[in-house]
Design a protein around this ligand. Sequence first.
Ligand code: ADP
Length: 267
Amino acid sequence: LLDALADQAALAIERVQLVADVDNARLAEEAGKLRSALLTSISHDLKTPLAAIMGAAGTLRDYQSALPEEDRLELLTTVTDESERLNRFIANLLDMTRIESGSMEPNAAFHYIGDIAGSALRRASKILAHHKVDVRVPAELPMVRVDPVLFEQVLFNLLDNAAKYAPEGSIVRVQAESTGERVLVRVFDEGPGIPPADLERVFDTFYRVRKGDHVRAGTGLGLSICRGFVEAMGGTIAAENRTDRSGAVFTVSLPLLPDAPNLKDMP
Ligand code: ADP
């Protein structure tokens, strides 16, 4: 992970260099600052849920018999929810290190995107319970060569963001289409969208558009993991804003292989 942080620091240095002709001592200082900013961000993401778990567990231990059933249940829910959040963050960190060390070997085979979208949506059903979900994956879509576990994670991260950043009651759309050469899988939401200057940077490790986004259950890792996974499968991922209304669109583009089978031709 420290290597990943150092890489991130190196990238920032390159940017700094473009702006001003800074000397080596200054560069080392910038790298040091960035490294500690990233460590602060990680510590925050670990400490926040842990503090909630410790608080809830301590209250349960000390006041168990005095608490009404519904309060006990609420405290236990805090423990399980926050543990899940910690677990997700650690899993994300591990994914990141796997991507950055280049040790990820996708297990690619032909899959129908509709199936993978279905399992990502099932996994996200709880977090999308207050949104309307609209799925448009044509039955005649050719199969694509992907690692189903990685691809499901990519879609899940995009759905998770849509649920986090778009208001309750709004529509989250998953759409897939073939251009003949590529298969495009898109996730549309009706949230605030992304400031144009940040459309590329949202894929950077730990990058967040709004400072306030820190209070949401995010890690700043979701999209960099998406990009790492998609690129490992030979595809690309990009963010745009919707032109028809406010909202973000994430497009995953995967190459369509000439020998790709079609689900509708399968026995
Ligand atoms: P996080 O865990 O913070 O959501 P991500 O890497 O998934 O981290 O996203 C990086 C940042 O991009 C988010 O903090 C948020 O500012 C912005 N972002 C991601 N998805 C959306 C979206 N669907 N709508 C608006 N902003 C988004």
